[in-house]
Design a protein around this ligand. Structure first.
Ligand code: FES
Ligand code: FES
Length: 160
Protein backbone atom coordinates (compact mmCIF):
# COMPACT_ATOMS: atom_id res chain seq x y z
CA UNK A 1 0.00 0.00 0.00
CA UNK A 2 1.41 3.38 -1.00
CA UNK A 3 1.74 5.82 1.85
CA UNK A 4 2.66 9.50 1.75
CA UNK A 5 3.84 11.95 4.36
CA UNK A 6 1.87 15.16 4.50
CA UNK A 7 2.14 18.20 6.68
CA UNK A 8 -0.85 20.38 7.48
CA UNK A 9 -1.29 23.31 9.82
CA UNK A 10 -4.37 22.57 11.88
CA UNK A 11 -5.75 25.27 14.17
CA UNK A 12 -2.35 26.95 14.16
CA UNK A 13 -0.24 23.85 14.90
CA UNK A 14 1.91 22.01 12.37
CA UNK A 15 0.87 18.33 12.15
CA UNK A 16 2.69 15.58 10.25
CA UNK A 17 0.65 12.59 9.08
CA UNK A 18 1.56 9.40 7.20
CA UNK A 19 -1.44 8.28 5.19
CA UNK A 20 -2.71 6.77 1.96
CA UNK A 21 -2.88 9.57 -0.64
CA UNK A 22 -6.54 8.97 -1.49
CA UNK A 23 -7.69 9.03 2.14
CA UNK A 24 -10.13 11.86 2.86
CA UNK A 25 -9.07 14.89 4.86
CA UNK A 26 -12.16 14.22 6.99
CA UNK A 27 -10.72 10.83 8.02
CA UNK A 28 -7.29 12.30 8.67
CA UNK A 29 -8.78 14.93 10.98
CA UNK A 30 -11.10 12.58 12.84
CA UNK A 31 -9.09 9.36 12.97
CA UNK A 32 -5.43 10.44 12.86
CA UNK A 33 -5.61 13.79 14.64
CA UNK A 34 -8.56 12.98 16.92
CA UNK A 35 -10.40 16.17 15.93
CA UNK A 36 -13.85 14.64 16.06
CA UNK A 37 -15.74 17.93 16.08
CA UNK A 38 -15.82 17.70 12.28
CA UNK A 39 -18.67 15.31 11.47
CA UNK A 40 -19.21 12.67 8.81
CA UNK A 41 -22.81 13.00 7.72
CA UNK A 42 -22.90 11.69 4.16
CA UNK A 43 -19.29 11.24 2.97
CA UNK A 44 -20.23 12.59 -0.45
CA UNK A 45 -20.49 16.36 -0.34
CA UNK A 46 -24.22 16.68 0.30
CA UNK A 47 -24.69 17.69 3.94
CA UNK A 48 -21.98 20.15 5.04
CA UNK A 49 -21.35 18.43 8.40
CA UNK A 50 -17.68 17.95 7.49
CA UNK A 51 -16.90 21.56 6.58
CA UNK A 52 -13.55 23.03 7.57
CA UNK A 53 -11.72 26.16 6.52
CA UNK A 54 -8.90 25.29 4.14
CA UNK A 55 -6.62 28.16 3.13
CA UNK A 56 -9.32 30.68 4.01
CA UNK A 57 -12.28 28.96 2.31
CA UNK A 58 -14.95 26.61 3.63
CA UNK A 59 -14.56 23.16 2.01
CA UNK A 60 -16.23 19.80 2.49
CA UNK A 61 -13.41 17.76 4.02
CA UNK A 62 -15.07 14.55 2.77
CA UNK A 63 -14.23 15.67 -0.76
CA UNK A 64 -10.60 16.65 -0.13
CA UNK A 65 -7.92 14.00 -0.52
CA UNK A 66 -5.09 13.87 1.99
CA UNK A 67 -2.61 14.51 -0.82
CA UNK A 68 -4.50 17.70 -1.76
CA UNK A 69 -4.35 18.95 1.81
CA UNK A 70 -0.55 18.71 2.00
CA UNK A 71 0.79 22.13 3.00
CA UNK A 72 -2.66 23.59 3.65
CA UNK A 73 -3.79 25.64 6.60
CA UNK A 74 -6.91 24.13 8.15
CA UNK A 75 -9.29 25.49 10.76
CA UNK A 76 -11.72 23.02 12.29
CA UNK A 77 -14.56 23.76 14.67
CA UNK A 78 -12.14 23.12 17.56
CA UNK A 79 -10.12 26.07 16.29
CA UNK A 80 -12.97 28.57 16.63
CA UNK A 81 -12.75 28.81 20.41
CA UNK A 82 -10.55 31.60 21.72
CA UNK A 83 -8.29 30.83 24.70
CA UNK A 84 -10.62 28.05 25.79
CA UNK A 85 -13.69 30.31 25.61
CA UNK A 86 -16.52 30.06 23.11
CA UNK A 87 -16.12 32.55 20.29
CA UNK A 88 -18.70 35.24 19.73
CA UNK A 89 -20.20 33.13 16.96
CA UNK A 90 -20.39 29.99 19.09
CA UNK A 91 -21.90 31.98 21.95
CA UNK A 92 -24.60 33.34 19.62
CA UNK A 93 -25.53 29.77 18.55
CA UNK A 94 -25.82 28.82 22.22
CA UNK A 95 -27.94 31.86 23.12
CA UNK A 96 -30.28 31.65 20.13
CA UNK A 97 -30.66 27.85 20.20
CA UNK A 98 -28.99 27.47 16.81
CA UNK A 99 -28.75 23.72 17.38
CA UNK A 100 -30.70 20.79 18.77
CA UNK A 101 -28.93 17.44 18.32
CA UNK A 102 -25.81 19.38 17.30
CA UNK A 103 -24.69 17.08 14.50
CA UNK A 104 -24.83 19.79 11.84
CA UNK A 105 -23.52 22.49 14.15
CA UNK A 106 -19.77 22.26 13.41
CA UNK A 107 -20.50 22.67 9.70
CA UNK A 108 -22.97 25.48 10.34
CA UNK A 109 -20.38 27.28 12.47
CA UNK A 110 -17.68 26.87 9.84
CA UNK A 111 -19.93 28.19 7.03
CA UNK A 112 -20.98 31.12 9.23
CA UNK A 113 -17.38 31.83 10.22
CA UNK A 114 -16.32 31.85 6.56
CA UNK A 115 -19.19 34.22 5.73
CA UNK A 116 -18.43 36.65 8.54
CA UNK A 117 -14.74 36.70 7.62
CA UNK A 118 -15.56 38.26 4.27
CA UNK A 119 -18.92 39.86 5.04
CA UNK A 120 -19.23 41.01 8.66
CA UNK A 121 -22.70 42.49 8.16
CA UNK A 122 -24.62 39.99 5.99
CA UNK A 123 -28.28 40.28 5.01
CA UNK A 124 -30.65 37.41 5.72
CA UNK A 125 -30.45 36.41 2.07
CA UNK A 126 -26.65 36.36 2.20
CA UNK A 127 -26.73 34.16 5.31
CA UNK A 128 -29.16 31.78 3.62
CA UNK A 129 -26.88 31.56 0.57
CA UNK A 130 -23.82 30.95 2.77
CA UNK A 131 -25.61 28.10 4.57
CA UNK A 132 -27.16 26.59 1.42
CA UNK A 133 -24.80 23.59 1.58
CA UNK A 134 -25.56 22.82 5.22
CA UNK A 135 -28.40 20.44 6.03
CA UNK A 136 -30.12 20.35 9.41
CA UNK A 137 -32.90 17.91 10.24
CA UNK A 138 -33.75 19.42 13.64
CA UNK A 139 -33.98 23.18 13.91
CA UNK A 140 -36.08 24.36 10.97
CA UNK A 141 -33.18 26.74 10.23
CA UNK A 142 -34.75 29.90 11.71
CA UNK A 143 -32.78 29.73 15.00
CA UNK A 144 -29.61 29.20 12.95
CA UNK A 145 -30.29 32.34 10.89
CA UNK A 146 -31.03 34.23 14.10
CA UNK A 147 -27.75 32.98 15.59
CA UNK A 148 -25.68 34.20 12.66
CA UNK A 149 -27.48 37.56 12.69
CA UNK A 150 -26.83 37.90 16.42
CA UNK A 151 -23.15 37.02 15.90
CA UNK A 152 -22.85 39.65 13.17
CA UNK A 153 -24.47 42.29 15.39
CA UNK A 154 -22.35 41.55 18.44
CA UNK A 155 -19.19 41.19 16.38
CA UNK A 156 -19.29 44.68 14.94
CA UNK A 157 -16.99 45.85 17.71
CA UNK A 158 -15.24 42.54 18.46
CA UNK A 159 -13.42 39.90 16.39
CA UNK A 160 -15.35 36.69 15.60
S1 FES B 1 -19.93 14.49 5.21
FE1 FES B 1 -19.07 15.86 3.79
S2 FES B 1 -20.73 16.91 2.92
FE2 FES B 1 -21.64 15.38 4.19
S1 FES C 1 -29.28 20.36 15.07
FE1 FES C 1 -29.67 18.29 14.56
S2 FES C 1 -29.09 18.18 12.48
FE2 FES C 1 -28.98 20.28 12.92
Amino acid sequence: MTMIDIEIIVNGAKRAVRTEPHRKLLKVLREDLNLTGTKDGCSQGDCGACLVIMDGKAVNSCLVLAAQADGAEIITVEGLAENGELSNLQQAFAERWGFQCGFCTPGMLISSYALLLTNPDPSEEEIKRALAGNLCRCTGYKPILDSVQMAAETTKEKNI
